[in-house]
Design a protein around this ligand. Structure first.
Ligand code: GAR
Length: 266
């Protein structure tokens, strides 16, 4: 019997996925326990739900940090181990952009907030960190401090679209507005890009003429509540391996990509 995994959760809003994960742990669908729920948003409704379950919670108020930094950056101390150049190089999310002051400020303010997140998480050792509707991009500063074993990613995210279609913050909205006939959700490991990490699982649903954005969201969320626990349980069973796939692209260039292989149970 494998040991129960310890799951940390980050949320930004209503936390219904977090709820589904907590229930799946209680029902033994996930062999694990939720050890904390953190948020970037003091108003996140999910925080109350976690507290009612006796789960420790904390908030790092990103908006406040970003606002205060803009007003008086001299009042902020960067984390002692903060290396802007290192983050800038790794951050594929913005590496294609010009390194304007705005971009640098984005990295700096996120890293300041992330250092605080890491401080809050320190008392609660965890095996897996789950982003359940956490609406902030994580920089390499944070990712590297959680993914400490090479080849063993341990930050999982759920996204409301069939990636790589429609990354970003409005997956169901973009699916609807594009006129897709199929929608879905994706669970993936986090990498340095935006919703670009190795895919663990996906579920899809049909979109009909009578569907609205609301019904698409409802169909999608119902599948999210199944998919996320399933993927977390695969992690708990130690069945997820990240491997490098090498291929030649249409221009003849050799490329590599990390993908997830799911081990079968014998
Ligand atoms: C979910 O639909 C999730 O896929 C999405 O936010 C919603 C959170 O709902 N996540 C993202 O868009 C991440 N970019 P919840 O707070 O009720 O679980």
């Amino acid at each position: 019997m494998l040991k129960k995994i310890r799951i940390g959760i980050l949320i930004s809003g209503s936390g219904t996925n977090m709820d589904a994960i907590i229930s799946a742990c209680e029902e033994g669908i996930i062999n694990g326990d939720v050890v904390f729920a953190g948020s970037d948003n003091p108003e996140a409704k999910g925080l109350d739900k976690a507290r009612k379950k006796g789960i420790p919670t904390f908030v790092v108020n990103y908006s406040k940090i970003i606002r205060k930094f803009r007003e008086s950056p001299e009042n902020f101390l960067f984390p002692a181990d903060f290396d802007l150049e290192d983050i800038r190089i790794k951050q594929s999310l913005i590496s294609h952009m010009e390194q304007t002051d705005k971009v640098i400020r984005f990295i700096e303010t996120r890293a300041i907030a992330e250092a605080r997140l890491l401080d809050h998480m320190k008392p609660y050792p965890f095996d897996l960190l789950v982003l359940a509707g956490f609406m902030r991009n994580l920089t390499p500063y944070f990712i590297d401090r959680v993914n400490v074993t090479p080849g063993h990613p341990r930050i999982m995210n759920i996204h409301p679209a069939l990636l790589p279609a429609f990354p970003g913050t409005d997956g169901y909205g973009e699916t609807f507005r594009y006129g897709c006939k199929v929608g879905g959700c994706t669970v993936h490991f986090i990498d340095y890009g935006e919703d670009s990490g190795p895919i663990i699982g996906q579920k899809s649903f049909a979109i009909t003429e009578t569907d609205t954005l609301d019904t698409i969201r409802q169909k999608g969320l119902a599948l999210e509540y199944q998919l996320f626990p399933e993927c977390i349980q695969l992690f708990a069973e130690d069945r997820l391996a990240t491997v490098t796939m090498t291929y030649t692209d249409e221009r003849g260039n050799l490329r590599q990509r990390s993908i997830v292989k799911i081990a079968q149970i014998h």
